[in-house]
Design a protein around this ligand. Structure first.
Ligand code: UGA
Length: 430
């Protein structure tokens, strides 16, 4: 089918690429001319495993192209996806101005019947507003349908998530767009759920909030484990092997971060509030999650005694492994707080170092070899769970440190192994 994606950010670019890979002809639109030029030249603005090869392949096959022109995209496509940012506003509610702007732009150039699909994470009832906006701004009275098709991909495994989704949610207000939407996703061989428009929108916020709740729950269980000499990894295994609970998203650590969960949890609280529902449960989740880095720092301070002038080596800056994304990263927050308390920081991240530079105080050093962070350090912090950190030369690291202490905020390393190497090793909830 002929498709276009308005907004070539994370979700837009990965979605467009995977839809092209599935055999559709896809035009990706972005209003940032420089970005479009880069993409046309084969340069990818984000790191996502497998994405670059897929983009290159599909551009060569002429199934994937990039433009700044919404008009061209709308004219040439049967289905138009909206994948623009929906950033948080100061009060936690969602800024829908990009979605509204794109809806107007589409309306003004609609040549004939089109399906307009919202992929951005939006509050329930946005589809109704988009429908109303297009109706108002489309002078020619052309017919159209608005569909909600939320995206569940995770950064770091976006391509795999998109190609093998657990389910595809399609929210519609009439039957007319259903066949086309099913045809788009047919190659993915995944269960398709047809819902009404509002339910589809709600599924996304409810799912992300639930996952954030699950992480917060295990982080509190970890605190109980610490106080009772239990091991949170074993508790999570035991809980998670109950099929009703599941092991996923029960990894205790530094709390959830990134550009989705924090934003979506506070949006969901505001959305419920506006609908007259007090979602105090999620307010508590927000509060607990915000307190986790401090709990970690407290343990660190009790080992270092004085933070000022201590040499801290930090492994990891990205908000999670396999991504260069450092937005709302707890690892960045930790580094900033330790630097503010006078620690001398040396950090490493396999992919996120460059992007982190802009967010970290000037005195924080970023090095390209992970082993370097340990040289002369009083303590080593594991702040992002990059699997390759497990394979570092820990013997060499131990010998290069001033005092061999590890604070593993992600439970990445094996406690028994670290202790047998001679480290003083502290992790979360075990
Ligand atoms: C999340 C959801 O998992 C996706 O399904 C969703 O599509 C996406 O948000 C979105 O709304 O766009 P993402 O933010 O990329 O994906 O990353 P996650 O893997 O969900 O991790 C989020 C945060 O939770 C990270 O800081 C991670 O370190 C933390 N986390 C995750 C834990 O602390 N423990 C866990 O067990 C799992």
């Amino acid at each position: 089918m002929k498709l276009s994606i308005i907004g070539s950010g994370y979700v837009g670019l990965v979605t467009g690429t995977c839809l092209a890979e599935a055999g559709h002809t896809v035009i990706c639109v972005d209003n940032n001319q420089a970005k479009v030029k880069e993409l046309q030249a084969g340069r990818i603005p984000i790191y996502e495993p497998g994405l670059e090869e897929l983009i290159r392949r599909n551009v060569q096959l002429k199934r994937l192209s990039f433009t700044v022109s919404t008009k061209e995209a709308v004219e040439k496509s049967e289905v138009i996806f909206i994948a623009v940012p929906t950033p948080p506003q100061e009060d936690g509610s969602v800024d829908l101005s990009y979605v509204e702007h794109v809806a107007r732009e589409i309306a003004e150039v609609l040549p004939e019947y089109r399906i307009i699909v919202d992929k951005s994470t939006v509050p329930v009832k946005t589809g109704e507003h988009v429908t109303e906006t297009i109706r108002r701004y489309c002078r020619k009275g052309v017919e159209f349908d608005v569909v909600s098709n939320p995206e569940f991909l995770r950064e770091g495994s976006a391509v795999a998530d998109l190609q093998k989704p657990d389910r595809i949610v399609i929210g519609v207000a009439s039957d007319r767009p259903v066949a086309a939407m099913k045809a788009i996703y047919e190659p993915f061989k995944a269960p398709i759920m047809i819902t009404n428009l509002n339910s589809a929108e709600l599924i996304k916020h409810a799912a992300n909030s639930f996952l954030a709740l699950k992480i917060t729950y295990i982080n509190l269980v970890a605190a109980v484990c610490e106080a009772s000499q239990a091991d949170v990894t074993q508790v999570a295994e035991g809980m998670g092997s109950d099929a009703r609970i599941g092991r996923a998203f029960l990894n205790a650590g530094l709390g959830y971060g990134g550009s989705c969960f924090p934003k979506d949890v506070s949006a969901f609280i505001r959305i419920a509030e506006e609908l007259g529902v007090d979602f105090g449960l999620m307010r508590e989740v927000e509060k607990i999650n915000a307190s986790i880095p401090e709990r970690f720092l407290k343990k660190l301070r009790s080992s270092l005694w004085v933070m000022r002038d201590k040499k801290v080596g930090q492994l990891g800056l990205a908000f999670k492994a396999n991504t260069d994304d450092v937005r709302s990263s707890v690892a960045i927050e930790l580094a900033k707080r330790m630097a503010a308390e006078g620690a001398i920081l040396r950090c490493h991240d396999p992919k996120g170092g460059e992007k982190a530079r802009e967010l970290l105080p000037a005195g924080v050093e970023i090095v390209s070899d992970a082993h370097q962070v340990a040289e002369g350090a009083d303590v080593l912090i594991v702040a992002t769970e990059w699997p390759e950190y497990r394979l570092l030369d820990w013997h060499k690291i131990k010998n290069s440190m001033r005092t061999p202490r590890i604070f593993d905020g992600r439970n990445l390393l094996n406690p028994a192994e670290m202790k047998s190497l001679g480290f003083e090793y502290t992790s979360v909830g075990r």
